[in-house]
Design a protein around this ligand. Structure first.
Ligand code: ADP
Ligand code: MG
Length: 280
């Protein structure tokens, strides 16, 4: 197991309630885990426990343990954990602060004390894989939203993390930017074998690409399973205010009427099921 969360509860210093309550979770190497939950359910708080920002930089009452590749995060520095877990946040602007694309990617590497040849190699790789080759000398604020977020991902990837945690990386992007970032996430998981933990409201995407999904509600995991299992629970998801894929909503109506046996179908699967039904 690459990540093990054991009986984790966390309350921010000045908060009255716990933001995470008795979380137990394991993430396997190479797995793609999706995290769903309404606003304020604890998604970002959970993400911050994976690289030790909680409890090292953000204080509070921390109970239980988080192990990353066997390291207990309580006893391991954020600097060390950051070489294993890369964190990408919602707003790319908050993560970019260098004058050129190239410097942005090199920045973290120079802090690792790598030799110039290795820095160059990793920089080229990170820019190629994120589709930013040719933009090396651009001023990051001049990039499109999708390019900025891919640059934030490139800077993190250059550190060669085994795990990439992305907290709503597409929520501030236009449709093209969203598409670019999600395709990149799929590629990093399927072709580079990087373990992915993704908070994402695009449930169509999670239904088709995640290996497993957890649903948080008021700091607790209330649903967990393969997307096919979790998205079968349409009533629970709707009650929590989670956007259910259109194909699942439609299939759910057919299921209630006894016409289909499953609701958790993506668009292609729903169309195929309906075609078969109509032929009969
Ligand atoms: N720095 C903080 N101090 C106190 N409470 C916080 C802080 N950050 C988040 N919270 C609270 O923790 C809960 C979970 O927040 P968060 O993890 O940001 O949820 P989500 O990412 O699912 O929207 C919310 O009730 C929120 O108000
Ligand atoms: Mg959040």
């Amino acid at each position: 197991m690459l990540i093990r969360v054991e009986d984790l509860s966390f309350r921010y210093s000045r908060a009255k309630d716990y933001s995470l309550k008795n979380i137990n979770l394991k993430v396997r190497k190479g797995e793609f885990l999706g995290i769903l939950g309404a606003s304020g359910s604890g998604k970002s708080t959970l993400c911050l426990t994976f690289n030790g920002i909680i409890p090292h930089s953000i204080k509070g009452e921390f109970r239980g343990d988080v192990y990353v590749k066997g390291y207990n995060t309580k006893e391991t520095s954020v600097a060390k954990l950051s070489t294993i877990v890369g964190l990408v946040l919602q707003n790319p602007d908050s993560q970019l602060f260098n004058m050129t694309v190239e410097e942005e990617v090199a920045f973290g590497l120079e802090n690792l004390g790598l030799d110039p040849e290795e820095i160059r190699r990793r920089m080229k790789w990170a820019l190629r894989i994120t589709g930013l080759e040719g933009l090396e000398n651009e001023f990051p604020p001049n990039l499109s939203g999708g390019q900025k977020q891919r640059l934030a991902i490139a800077s993190v990837l250059a550190m060669k993390p085994e795990i990439l945690v992305l907290d709503e990386p597409t929520s501030q992007l236009d449709p093209l930017g969203k598409e670019q970032v999600l395709s990149l996430v799929t590629l990093l998981n399927k072709e580079q074998g990087i373990t992915i933990i993704l908070v994402e409201h695009n449930t169509e995407y999670l239904l088709s690409f995640a290996d497993r999904v957890i649903v948080l509600d008021k700091g607790e995991i209330i649903l967990e399973g393969k997307p096919k299992q979790v998205f079968e629970e349409v009533d629970v998801l709707v009650r929590l205010g989670i956007r259910v894929p259109a194909s699942v909503r439609i299939a759910h109506e057919f299921k209630k009427r006894g016409i289909l046996e499953k609701a958790a179908l993506n668009e292609k699967e729903l169309i195929n099921r309906l075609k078969t039904l109509i032929k009969i």
